[in-house]
Design a protein around this ligand. Structure first.
Ligand code: FES
Ligand SMILES: [Fe+2]
Length: 402
């Protein structure tokens, strides 16, 4: 299967029609002189088209998790800001991502999650593709009961596959197939985390089936969720309860280089406990950092939380300029912790804990969206001390737009 690569739709000259390029260049100044991204990046519909190309098609982005399609034939559609995609679990249990469009007359193949028997069959004229995307049946293509045509070469009409990679259950795609290989892309983060989890330990995570998923719809641009996640500055005001157990001083900044992730860590993580029951822990976690937990935004659209006893993936589905669906996926170490009856109540509490935190954040991120309608706001100024990881994200966006 040949990975399909779209040609670039937009150029920098289009961007200059949307916003002042100098404002973007200002983002990449030393933090004490920098401004944040300009308002247009959060409010302008033409900008969203541009961003779809430069950020969501050119970069490695997240469109779901593999455990949401666990069995061969399981398939889900995904709408990437208007681009229709399909995620499929192959017969050999791998994950495939295709453009969700029939090669015949362009019918959208799948419109809701389903389990396919053997093929992806187009509802319009029943052309059928196997799970590798090969066109294998073209009923009546040569007239009634004539399923072949000499004038038609099936091999040229396979589904268009998207470059994809599953890492820690997260499904990444690179629509334009122009990024560096994923293994190289993720290496700086894996290196950073090697004292917590090695490559074998990564395989220990198991998605929880009962309290392993929730989603939240928020009325704001997706970028605000990332910006907010990168900093612990808002702890005392937005999360007063959390701040009592782990305050600003218990946190440290994380700035991933080369610039592709940022966030914060805590030195005061306490494992949840009920009676004498606790979750299983990662076996090779650094014994000098048992209370460390790390909260990293891997740009553009996924926030991950790593703790000695659980892992979560909080990924963003941009729906519109000011609408985002946040998907929370939770994992534990081994099946007993993830799905065993004994720890069910503890999982319920842990899920509730995180949901409460994420809900507290909504007022912060929606408030920034409303503020961005102000004509006098210039992108703002950063705290030179507290906003470094957030500034790093703004720089990443600005650089990729230019
Ligand atoms: S459009 Fe799919 S078979 Fe005709
Ligand atoms: Fe927060």
């Amino acid at each position: 299967m040949v990975i399909f690569s779209m040609s670039q739709k937009f150029t920098n000259s289009t961007l200059s029609g949307i916003l002042e390029i100098d404002k973007l260049k200002n983002v990449d100044m030393p933090i004490e002189n920098a401004n944040g991204l300009p308002n247009e990046c959060y409010t302008n519909a033409d900008y969203l088209d541009y961003e779809r190309e430069k950020i969501f098609c050119n970069k490695w982005i997240v469109i779901g998790v593999a455990s949401s399609i666990p069995n061969p034939g399981d398939a889900r559609p995904y709408n990437l800001l208007g681009i229709p995609l399909i995620l499929v679990r192959d017969k050999d249990r791998g994950i495939k991502v295709f453009h969700n469009v029939c090669s015949h007359r362009g019918f959208k193949l799948i419109d809701k999650p389903c389990t396919l028997k053997n093929v992806i069959r187009c509802p319009y004229h029943s052309w059928s593709y196997d799970f590798k995307g090969n066109l294998i049946a073209t009923p009546h293509i040569g007239g009634l009961n004539n399923h072949q045509s000499e004038k038609f070469d099936k091999n040229k009409s396979n589904l268009k596959e998207v470059k994809s990679k599953v890492w820690m259950d997260i499904i990444f795609v690179n629509i334009n197939s122009n990024e560096i290989e994923f293994d190289d892309y993720i290496k700086p983060l894996e290196d950073r985390w090697s004292s917590f989890i090695n490559k074998d330990d990564q395989k220990l995570i198991v998605h929880s089936n009962d309290y392993g998923y929730f989603n939240l719809d928020v009325n704001c641009n997706w970028k605000f969720a990332i910006e907010n996640y990168c900093e612990s500055y808002h702890l005392p005001t937005i999360h007063p309860e959390l701040n009592k157990v782990s305050n600003i001083n218990d946190h440290y900044h994380i700035q991933g280089l080369p610039n592709r992730f940022a966030g914060q860590g805590s030195k005061k993580y306490e494992q949840p406990v009920k009676g004498n029951k606790k979750f299983e822990t990662f076996p090779n976690w650094d014994k000098t950092k048992l209370k460390n937990s790390e909260y990293i935004a891997l740009f553009p659209n996924v926030m991950i939380g790593l703790h000695i006893d659980h892992f979560y993936v909080y990924w963003l589905e941009p729906l519109a300029m000011d609408k985002t669906r946040e998907h929370m996926q939770m994992y534990y170490i081994g099946n007993e912790s993830a799905n065993g009856e004994e720890l069910k109540e503890l999982r319920k509490e842990n899920s509730r804990f995180w949901k409460d935190v994420m809900i507290e954040d909504i007022k912060a991120i929606e408030g920034m969206q409303e503020g961005r309608n102000s004509p006098v706001y210039n992108g703002g100024n950063f705290s030179p001390v507290m906003d470094q990881p957030t500034h790093q994200f703004h720089k990443w966006v600005a650089t990729n737009l230019l």
